[in-house]
Ligand binder design. Structure first.
Ligand code: DGJ
Length: 530
């Protein structure tokens, strides 16, 4: 067995012709042993993200957001770049907000994922500049079935595309000039939850005529369909498939123009189609986004988009995991651009890290500038996660690459999940442990908030971290040795990659299992099989 070996990473080849920064040092996605990995300054990076409220990307509001980000130990701020503020008049640019975000992030030791609120924001056109909104002749909105304009730009319009593309390219040029050496901005989200709400597709004259045409080859081949009209090929799903093709084409071209200026990793976030209730794309979720059944098509039509990430707010673990399953693919590392701050969300982050080779996760709405005075997420479950995980990212990613990292997560009725390693089996018991038929079992925490990550550091050595749990090991089922004797338990954390022990745990603190209190702990455990 080989442990803690950093994997040789094969660069996918970033073309940075004409940029001020050295291409090899730019943030980039590379092929690692267990999937695509994000490198920042040449080192594996995991996004512990925090997104500010929609209207907080301004110097005045950012000022009060920094302490909130520090309080939850985020390493990356997700902050919007508003098209309406970046280009208040056609061709005139103002990057003051962006510069304030970059300067502030540097002062606070954070990286940035910049969110381009351009043509799309939650299935609408809220952030397009006034000169676009007020000029529908030149920048046509979508029409619904009755011929009424809806609050979304038409993805079939070349003028809409050219305006957004030019603005985004200008933004990326600015990032290159301001940040090409420092890489404070590590990735850019192109648009936000794209697609339309209010209609399942564009019913303009141009769109109706395109809808009658044959489905383009790239759609047929990527989705393994037969040729025919949209209606013939997709039936009831035709409007959504049609919209998705034109939205993917549009966003692919915006992303490509931006990357030509400055080739940072790009991603889109998705409002998943998997919504509770009646499924009516265009009403229950935006029609045209990169929903899971259209992912193969999106990947081929928009290759300049590196990652397609689901906004995964599901508090039910089956649904949360189903969405992760659908987006975590060899050609699409899992990035969760938005999730919530509840205990369920904090638990589920552990699945994303250990089970889906995720490159990052980000909680939404962490600053105190909430629209309706929502309570700020203070010493929260998210803060515990980020504090623990932030200290051991390289170690966790390296163990994950070797298949030596597992999660155990409490769910309603699931209080004793197992983790299976090469030579040991481990169990996390959640809640009060008592001896019942079948052995010692946890009864479950009343708050259902337990979560554990266990990584194997060496043949008989493990890193155990998490909250509200009690972990015990045994030699693997079938081993001739039946006991896992605890040799030593160190409590501590990593500082700049070096383990710092705060104390040795023993006696009452280990006799009943390795206890991770609610406020979280990290342990290094040496075992012996006997
Ligand atoms: C998802 C959007 O992408 C965010 O910008 C924000 O509007 C949240 N929903 C609010 O829950």
């Amino acid at each position: 067995m080989r442990f803690l070996r950093f994997v040789g990473l094969l660069s996918l080849g970033v073309c940075a012709a004409g940029i001020g920064a050295r291409a090899e040092s730019l943030p980039q996605l590379v092929q690692g042993k267990s999937g695509r990995t994000l490198l920042v300054d040449g080192k594996p990076y995991f996004v512990l993200g925090a997104q500010v409220h929609n209207s907080s990307g301004w110097p005045a509001t950012l000022e009060s957001a920094w302490p909130d980000l520090e309080r939850i130990h985020a390493n990356t701020i997700m902050v919007p770049a508003y098209w309406e503020a970046v280009e208040p008049a056609r061709g005139q640019f103002d990057f003051a907000n962006i510069d304030a975000a970059i300067d502030g992030a540097r002062q606070h030791g954070l990286r940035i994922a910049l969110l381009w609120f351009g043509t799309w924001k939650n299935g609408g056109m809220a952030y397009v500049p006034a000169w676009v909104k007020e000029n529908p002749q030149e920048y046509p909105p979508m029409l619904d079935e009755n011929g009424n304009a809806i609050n979304a730009l038409s993805p079939l319009s070349e003028t809409n595309l050219a305006a957004d593309r030019d603005a985004f390219a200008a933004l990326m040029r600015h990032l290159r000039d301001k940040d090409g050496e420092r890489h404070t901005v590590i990735m850019v989200q192109v648009e936000n939850e794209a697609g339309s709400l209010g209609s399942d597709r564009d019913y303009s004259k141009a769109a109706n005529s395109a809808f009658q045409n044959g489905v383009p080859d790239i759609v047929v081949t990527s989705l393994k369909k037969q040729h025919g009209s949209w209606q013939q090929v997709f039936g009831a799903d035709a409007p959504e498939a049609f919209s998705a093709y034109y939205v993917a084409r549009y966003i692919g071209q915006v992303a490509e123009a931006g990357k030509r200026a400055y080739p940072l990793p790009t991603y889109v976030n998705v409002w998943p189609r998997e919504q509770p209730g009646l499924l009516r794309p265009g009403f229950s979720s935006p029609s045209g986004g990169a929903v899971s059944w259209l992912l193969d098509m999106w990947k081929q039509v928009a290759p300049a988009v590196d990652v397609i990430g689901p906004d995964n707010y599901d508090t039910n673990f089956m649904l949360f995991r189903m969405i992760c399953d659908r987006y975590a693919r060899a050609d699409n590392p899992l990035l969760i651009p938005e999730t919530g701050t509840s205990p369920a969300h904090a638990r589920h982050a552990f699945y994303a890290i250990a089970d889906y080779n995720s490159i990052g996760i980000s909680v939404f709405g962490v600053d105190g500038n909430a629209p309706r005075g929502k309570a700020v997420d203070r010493e929260s479950e998210t803060a515990i996660n980020y504090r623990l995980i932030g200290a051991v990212i390289p170690q966790l990613l390296s163990m994950r690459d070797e298949g030596h990292l597992h999660a155990a997560v409490e769910e309603d009725g699931i209080a004793n999940p197992q983790m299976l390693f090469d030579n040991y089996d481990a169990v996390a018991r959640f809640g009060t442990v008592s001896n019942v038929y079948g052995g010692d079992r946890g009864a479950g925490n009343p708050e259902i908030d337990g979560r554990v990550l266990v990584g194997q550091l060496g043949t008989d050595e493990f890193l155990v971290l998490g909250s509200h749990a009690n972990v015990v090991f045994q030699p693997k089922l079938g081993d001739t040795k039946k006991q896992a004797v605890v040799v030593s338990v160190e409590e501590g954390s990593y500082e700049n990659g070096v383990w710092k022990r705060t104390r040795l745990l023993n006696g009452d603190e280990t006799y009943f299992g390795l206890i991770l209190p609610r406020e979280g702990a990290m342990l290094r455990v040496k075992l012996m099989r006997r």
